[in-house]
Design a protein around this ligand. Structure first.
Ligand code: NAI
Length: 394
């Protein structure tokens, strides 16, 4: 079983799907690794390190696709909406692809993957169960993004984060507000606290209050209650417009009291809710910073421009997409660990086992045999249910 690691080709992408340290475990499970030359270079993993761990380095990208049974990528077609389609002709029928495919992003790109006959797995669809925790790439990238968002904010804010008592007087600590306390939000709280900021956080799911407080932050209570705030998978549920309107009314004053606002609020498969309006931005002190981690999904701030940093009313609004790419060494290491765990489940005794009784395999399998086979993805795009969906095809 040959696993191919092409060099990421999304513009500016620095991560790599497998790191040299991950290769020993894969070899033990009967997998050989081929790596496109330079694939890990920008993340801090030179070709020589892969070669030292037994990988074969291949100069041509097309050759990596030709020889591999399984292709692993960070941003595959779908998630890579810039250059991902250039890889499609390189795949062969029934070749396996594992990566970020953004399955709920565009039906067109998923259909294109299906049409190539690729057996693809979207890491975004990993069930959030204890057994799948070591494969949960979404959470790993959210962790890195939450950390990096705070570092970028601290670097941009014209103020110090910690309280300092100096001969020139006392400096008051920066006030940081985190909106949306999932995995990224929790890491942002912890990072901002480590830098000495005073941190507040808000989420519509009341269950996170305790987690916020255990990290030493204040939980912002708003006088509104979300209806069925959380679904069975632990994700926030979409609310009606009257909820969001009331939420914005109440958040306005809270936002004006903060130097830094980091927003992470998303609803799977939906446009991110607007939490920060342009009036709220105008109400913030000049020099304040907003980091919008939901930029790629439409943004939590009305003035966010995806992929850009802008200054409005003296407030810097950072709308970078793909924040985890800013820490490529560790982001790649974590992702490689996720993939290694997943591949260990998928490949048994040197053979791919498409065991659809296994919820991890079934829920991440996205396309196979020319069709979109994932029940959640089909339902999302209102495609008719496939009769053979439940394990008929192996
Ligand atoms: P996410 O990235 O989908 O969303 C980020 C946060 O935004 C969520 O906390 C959500 O409640 C919040 N949000 C959405 N709309 C909002 C609004 N209008 N106002 C304020 N906040 C809003 O979330 P993530 O990080 O993927 O985590 C979701 C849940 O899944 C969490 O409870 C997390 O602990 C849980 N989880 C469980 C795992 C497991 O069991 N293995 C692994 C990872 C996460």
């Amino acid at each position: 079983m040959i696993v191919g690691v092409p060099r990421e080709n999304f513009p500016g992408e620095r991560r790599v799907a497998l790191v040299p340290a991950a290769l020993a475990n894969l070899a033990k499970a009967g997998m050989e690794i081929v790596v496109e030359a330079g694939a890990g270079a920008e993340a801090g993993y030179p070709d020589t390190e892969y070669a030292a761990k037994g990988a074969k380095i291949i100069p041509q990208r097309s050759e990596v696709f030709r020889v591999a049974d399984i292709i692993v990528q960070v941003l595959a077609h779908g998630a890579n909406d810039k250059t991902g389609s250039s890889d499609l002709p390189l795949f062969h029928r029934d070749q396996i692809l594992v990566g970020f495919l953004r399955p709920l992003g565009s039906v067109q790109s998923i259909t294109e993957i299906a049409s190539r006959g690729i057996t693809s797995f979207s890491v975004e669809l990993m069930p959030r169960t204890t057994r799948a925790q070591s494969m949960d790439a979404l959470s790993m990238m959210a962790t890195v993004s939450g950390y990096k968002a705070v570092i970028v904010a601290a670097d941009t804010l014209p103020k110090l984060f910690p309280m300092l008592t100096t001969a020139a007087g006392t400096i008051t600590p920066a006030r940081v507000l985190i909106l949306g306390v999932g995995v990224a939000g929790l890491q942002a709280i912890a990072t901002a606290r480590r830098l000495g900021a005073v941190v507040s956080a808000y989420d519509l799911r009341p269950v996170v209050k305790e987690q916020v407080q255990s990290l030493g932050a204040r939980f912002v209570e708003l006088a509104i209650e979300a209806k069925d705030a959380q679904d069975a998978r632990g994700y926030a549920t979409a609310q009606d417009e009257s909820f969001y309107r009331r939420q914005r009314e109440l958040l306005g004053k809270v936002i004006a009291e903060h130097d830094v606002v980091i927003t992470t609020a998303v609803i799977p498969g939906k446009k991110a809710p607007t939490l920060v309006t342009k009036e709220m931005v105008a109400g913030m002190a000049p020099g304040s910073v907003i980091v919008d981690l939901a930029a790629e999904r439409g943004g939590n701030c009305e003035l966010t421009r995806a992929g850009e940093t802008t200054i409005e009313h003296g407030v810097t609004i950072i709308g970078w997409v793909n924040m985890a790419n800013g820490v490529p060494y560790h982001a790649s290491q974590m992702y490689a660990r996720n993939l290694t765990s997943f591949l260990a489940l998928l490949v048994k005794e040197g053979k791919v086992q498409l065991n659809l009784q296994d919820d991890i395999i079934r829920e991440t399998l996205t396309t196979q045999g020319g069709e979109i086979v994932n029940a959640r993805v089909r339902e999302f795009y209102s495609l008719p249910a496939l009769v053979r969906q439940e394990g008929a095809k192996k």
